[in-house]
Design a protein around this ligand. Structure first.
Ligand SMILES: Cc1cc2nc3c(=O)[nH]c(=O)nc-3n(C[C@H](O)[C@H](O)[C@H](O)COP(=O)(O)OP(=O)(O)OC[C@H]3O[C@@H](n4cnc5c(N)ncnc54)[C@H](O)[C@@H]3O)c2cc1C
Length: 357
């Protein structure tokens, strides 16, 4: 039997795509070794990135003008949305699909070979199997605690806070505090290593988080639920039928991909390429941006983000969200480069050259 679309991988990207294909009346097979695995990660996005078809009930909390700290305080002129993960997973309904609980071991145009040897055929076969981990790949890591309404009272939501009050050695890789409301008065307070090769480990991030919270007068009870984050931010191979993290949708400067996948799902369901030429070119520029991030001297990281958050809002926005906007992404990178202190420009100019091997 040949169906219209075979989607391999039922994470946020694969499930969103299967859902949009079903909404178009297409026949869909979803392949995933654990298709009913409950998602537990806290997903967030810029409100403007969420597509109109998405159920408004998946937004658990909104932050108007979230704050970022480099050396200075910046109010970002956008609305930030924190998603209700359970509601998101449920709203991406795939009840009309045939679901196969298996691994796809080989994906080719027109077919996927499963671990059992079964071959599933489809007019289109999409690889949404996510990104594997490897020591060669830069990763984002984080350690967070969820505090209740009483402990979170008065805390300001923070998109990124690079202030140095987390007890880390001044020459060590920097990490920042991410503090977002989850709805119901609860907040996630998370110490985050934006990108590292290797990234900071969970133990170090926990120590830093506790130090930082203590220095801000926030005492924990010790029984708070914990979120641990670790995922690759490089190593994807963009392609017309590779979607989500597998297709290079993760932005290495934020680690975000969920909203980009939700946004693109409809057009891909309608037959568009997951990675048009413009997206591949932006992916190459973003990879250069990642090399710059990894090369930043720790003491200069807040200076770099001050320069970024001082750019005109549309320049920032296009860099954060413009997955296919080559001209805008290049213009933001050029403008940012020109705004940096000379010593940083020299370091970053060398770093952005492609890696050998
Ligand atoms: C704790 C945490 C918090 C995060 N917060 C955010 C956030 O706020 N905003 C954001 O945008 N991103 C965030 N991210 C990153 C984002 O979650 C990931 O980029 C996202 O999960 C990628 O979705 P995906 O569907 O492309 O891949 P995945 O979520 O990795 O899903 C891949 C799916 O493929 C399946 N699979 C694997 N191998 C096979 C195979 N061989 N055959 C078939 N199926 C297979 C897996 O079982 C899985 O279901 C976060 C990540 C973590 C871990």
């Amino acid at each position: 039997m040949t169906v219209d679309v075979v989607v391999c991988g039922a994470g946020p990207a694969g499930r969103a795509l299967a859902h949009r294909c079903l909404a178009r009346g297409l026949s869909v097979v979803v392949v995933d070794p654990a298709p009913r695995r409950r998602w537990t990660a806290t997903y967030a996005a810029w409100m403007s990135e969420l597509p109109g078809w998405l159920d408004a009930g998946v937004v658990a909390a909104k932050v108007d003008r979230p704050v970022a700290w480099g050396v200075r305080r910046h109010e970002l002129p956008w609305m930030y949305a924190v998603l209700d993960t359970d509601a998101l997973q449920q709203s991406l309904d795939i009840a009309g699909a045939q679901v196969i609980s298996e691994r796809a071991v080989e994906i080719e145009p027109g077919s996927a070979v499963l671990e059992s040897g079964t071959v599933v055929s489809g007019a289109r076969v999409i690889d949404a199997r996510g990104l594997g981990r490897s020591p060669q790949r830069a990763e984002q890591t984080a350690y967070g605690v969820i505090v209740d309404a009483q402990r979170s009272a008065g805390l300001e939501p923070l998109f990124m806070d690079w202030r140095p009050d987390n007890g880390a050695n001044r020459t060590a890789t920097r990490s920042f505090l991410y503090a977002i409301p989850l709805g119901g008065g609860r907040m996630l307070l998370e110490e985050t290593c934006l990108a590292g090769r290797p990234a900071l480990d969970s133990g170090e991030l926990r120590t830093r988080l506790l130090h930082r919270l203590r220095s801000r007068g926030i005492e924990l009870g010790g029984d708070e639920p914990v979120e641990r984050v670790r995922f690759s931010v490089e190593g994807a191979r963009p392609g017309p039928d590779r979607f989500g993290a597998a297709g290079g949708f993760i932005h290495p400067a934020t680690g975000y991909s969920v909203a980009a996948a939700l946004t693109a799902a409809d057009s891909i369901a309608a037959g568009a390429s997951a990675s048009p030429l413009s997206a591949r070119a932006v992916h190459t520029l973003r990879a250069a941006g990642l090399r710059a991030l990894l090369a930043l001297p720790p003491g200069d990281t807040p200076v770099f983000f001050d320069a970024f958050f001082t750019l005109p809002p549309h320049r920032q926005q296009v860099y954060l969200s413009g997955r296919t906007d080559l001209r805008g992404t290049a213009a933001t990178m050029t403008t940012l480069f020109a705004a940096l202190p000379t010593r940083l420009r020299r370091t970053l100019a060398t770093a952005v050259l492609p890696r050998r091997g």
